[in-house]
Design a protein around this ligand. Structure first.
Ligand code: FAD
Length: 488
């Protein structure tokens, strides 16, 4: 079925000329697949979905947008949890799914050149035969794309030691909002002048679309040691994290899960976690074998000192994989113990972990909602999962609690986001963290890149309209619920 787009047939034809007619989706039913990302509470069906096949077509599509004043949003795999790839009403989605070639792996200079639709894990798979890997590892790494990682400056369990996406991207080819193609940064990592690559990294798709990325590759570590430890309280596990860092050890990863998160993960993937314990830590060390062994002993002693009730050391690559399977499955697994949930993403200073978790528990109890916690403890990067049932009418309460938790992180000296971005979800909370002047500077930077304001508008920065008459999450119209009308 082909339905004429609300943008008008002239604009649609211009997109069809820039791409190919079959690469422009106008059928509202098919466009519905792109109505939201991983934050499913916000939904907007785009007017058109464009599926370019190369950078030249991305640039041509963006030029049509610029010429006709059409707002656009880039989309990778749509796993974003802050609504960054949420379509703009009356706009188009530009999917990068077809730009998925690994163009080059250079083992001598230890870098790879990839298109944006390549998944995070595919980069490591391409580098592995050379004894190399790509370090930032979001839990979604099997599906999320490097283009999305660049836009969100994504993190992951191993970013405590190795840094975030920004530390591993040497250069990006970018289609600017006027359709011109530029390269930011350089393949050697050297550059003169201001770091525009750094400005683009983490700009959440608001400054242009990246069509080619050069990333650093690291040598696969000689040795990796992983343990899973249970603790009688969150505070005890938090003290272990502080003591490990105080001992001068930089672990490759320190992840914490609480009772609810453990229960959900164990039910889903049977990874060998102890159901019912208040807290579990996954600690991983990597590096030269000798150094790893010595530090691993120190970590074990620190765990004992804080009342560790069970210490399971991975004795094989399979056991290590099982420990990580439990941790990495935790978000999705929560779906087994609750019909709906919001994933929050905030940061607090490491020393305030126990305090913030205590306060979150209190806020959850007050709201009458359960909150599961699974997080990058070493970074102080929390991921409270607010469990609710939309069918039981708990959505608004859960949304409010989730927002209050993010703002609590700011109050405790942390940040509104550690790695999932601000997107559509937390734009209205930005004034809690930044002054009016700070926000004005950000606005000016953005409008220098995108004077027409067409590139993913309504994200990251608060706008008076969005935050004043906040549209809120999608709620079905009573007629929709009655099956009388359908929302397209
Ligand atoms: C189960 C689960 C676990 C997760 N774990 C983590 C984690 O550990 N760490 C973490 O950081 N995140 C995590 N995430 C969030 C998400 O996977 C990341 O934000 C990821 O980087 C999004 O990639 P994507 O390809 O899905 O991007 P999308 O969701 O498609 O897009 C995200 C943003 O990037 C922009 N964008 C996409 N491609 C481009 C491009 N080529 N050029 C410019 N802008 C672009 C979009 O406009 C949007 O603003 C998780 C998500 C899920 C569902």
């Amino acid at each position: 079925m082909s339905v004429d787009s609300g943008l008008g047939s002239r604009v649609k034809r211009a997109f069809e000329t820039a791409l190919a007619p079959e690469d422009v989706i106008g059928d509202p039913i098919r466009c519905r697949s792109y109505e939201c990302d991983g934050l499913t509470g916000y939904r907007v069906v785009p007017e058109l979905v464009l599926l370019p096949r190369d950078a030249a077509q991305v640039a041509a599509a963006v030029r049509v947008c610029a010429e006709h004043g059409v707002p656009f949003v880039a989309r990778g795999a749509g796993t974003g949890l802050s609504g960054g790839a949420l379509p703009v009403a009356g706009g188009v989605v530009i999917s990068l799914a077809r730009l998925k070639r690994v163009l080059e792996v250079d083992p001598v200079d230890r870098r790879a050149v990839v298109e944006p639709g390549v998944t995070n894990l595919e980069i490591t798979a391409a580098a592995a035969p050379h004894g190399l890997y790509y370090a930032p590892d979001p839990s979604s790494q099997q599906v999320c794309t490097i283009g999305g990682n660049v836009a969100e400056n994504s993190g992951g369990a191993h970013c405590l030691k190795y840094g975030f996406t920004t530390n591993h991207v040497l250069s990006c080819e970018v289609v600017l909002p006027d359709g011109s193609l530029v390269t930011l940064g350089s393949d050697t990592g050297e550059q003169a002048g201001p770091d525009l690559r750094g400005v683009f990294l983490g700009s959440e798709g608001t400054l242009g679309i990246t069509t080619k990325i050069t990333v650093r590759l690291l040598r696969t570590p000689e040795s990796v040691r992983t343990l899973l430890a249970d603790f009688p309280s969150i505070a005890a596990a938090g003290d272990v994290v502080s003591d490990i860092v105080a001992a001068g050890i930089v672990p490759a990863a320190v992840e914490m899960m609480d009772t609810l998160a453990i229960e959900a993960a164990e039910e889903a993937v049977h990874a060998g976690y102890t159901v019912g314990v208040p807290a579990a830590l996954v600690v991983e060390l990597d590096g030269p074998a000798e150094e790893c062994d010595v530090q691993f002993e120190q970590v074990k002693q620190i765990c004992d000192r804080h009342g560790c009730t069970r210490l399971h050391i991975a004795g094989s690559p399979e056991e290590r994989a099982a420990i990580w399977r439990g941790r990495k499955a935790a978000f999705a697994a929560v779906g087994r113990i609750s019909p709906d949930y919001f994933v929050q993403d905030g940061v607090v200073p490491r020393t305030r972990l126990a305090e913030v978790l205590d306060r979150i528990a209190g806020m959850g109890a007050e709201a009458g909602l359960r909150v599961a916690n699974v997080f990058h403890a070493g970074d102080g990067n929390l991921h409270p999962l607010v469990l609710y049932s939309a069918a039981a009418g708990e959505t608004e309460r859960a949304e409010k609690l989730s927002g209050e938790i993010a703002e609590l992180c700011v109050e405790l000296g942390g940040s509104l986001s550690g790695e999932h971005g601000i997107g559509a979800d937390k734009a209205c909370s930005m004034p809690k963290m930044f002054s009016r002047d700070d926000l004005e500077v950000m606005r000016r930077v953005r409008s220098a890149w995108d004077p027409q304001g067409l590139c993913n508008p309504g994200k990251v920065l608060p706008t008076p309209r969005l935050c004043g008459e906040r549209p809120g999450r999608y709620r079905p119209h009573p007629l929709e619920e009655a099956g009388v009308i359908e929302r397209l």
